[in-house]
Design a protein around this ligand. Structure first.
Ligand code: ZN
Length: 229
């Protein structure tokens, strides 16, 4: 039986687009919330809006551009050269401090107004680029905090948490949206949609997963059965 309503935190990238279609299978009514946080590529927002339109779901854009001015990172600072690898003792400079904390907190307030208590986010600990706010422990802790903060019973769903990128492609395929996710999403840090520039860290991760998935499609689809998603 489908649950009632869910709000998907939606960036227009591969992961959150897969989550959007995952949510559409499970919830009767799905909404999306997208954040403009001063990212260099506003094309991301355009991709999110287009995909939400294709999926026939509500699209809501929130501008939190101020976070770019208080936390330095190479996704919003045009003067900063992007780390191509994770530095040994720190997070890469593509890390936007507080991003998922802010996104999910604002999403919860917006959801509550709409009578939605199921939130969906595409974070993953598996292909974890060193971002602490993609870890399961952080999401669980924030879930508790949001419930305490608003005296509600939110559930934060993280369907990709334990999937690697190849399995995320398998999930999109099993949902019947492999082509949409491959062609319409924008994951590339250089703002090129679909298969992207091919050399930025986001493209390398995405394309390595795609390559691995296409090499052994059947096995990857089968491995999804091990996850209750
Ligand atoms: Zn790229």
């Amino acid at each position: 039986m489908k649950r009632e309503k869910a709000l998907v935190v939606f960036s227009g990238g591969q992961d959150s687009a897969t989550c959007l279609y995952w949510a559409l299978k499970r919830f009767r009514e799905v909404h999306t919330i997208t954040f403009a946080y001063g990212q260099k590529h506003s094309l991301e927002v355009a991709a999110a809006k287009k995909i939400a339109g294709m999926a026939g779901v509500d699209f809501h854009l929130v501008d939190i551009g101020q976070i770019a001015s208080i936390g330095k990172n190479s996704l919003t600072d045009r003067g900063m050269v992007m780390d191509q690898e994770k530095p040994e003792h720190s997070v890469p400079n593509t890390f936007v401090p507080g991003r998922n904390l802010f996104f999910l907190s604002i999403a919860a307030v917006y959801a509550r107004e709409k009578g939605i208590f199921d939130l969906v986010t595409g974070v993953s600990q598996t292909d974890f680029s060193g971002y602490p706010d993609c870890r399961d422990s952080f999401i669980r802790s924030l879930n508790v905090s949001l419930n305490l903060a608003m005296d509600e019973q939110f559930v934060i769903h993280t369907p990709l948490m334990w999937l690697d990128k190849a399995q995320t492609w398998a999930l999109a395929d099993s949902l019947g949206v492999f082509g949409i996710v491959r062609n319409e999403t924008l994951t590339c840090y250089n703002g090129i949609p679909g298969d992207g520039c091919g050399h930025c860290p986001a493209c390398r991760l995405r394309n390595a997963g795609l390559h691995k998935y296409l090499e052994d499609r059947d096995m990857a689809l089968e491995s999804l059965g091990n996850f209750n998603i």
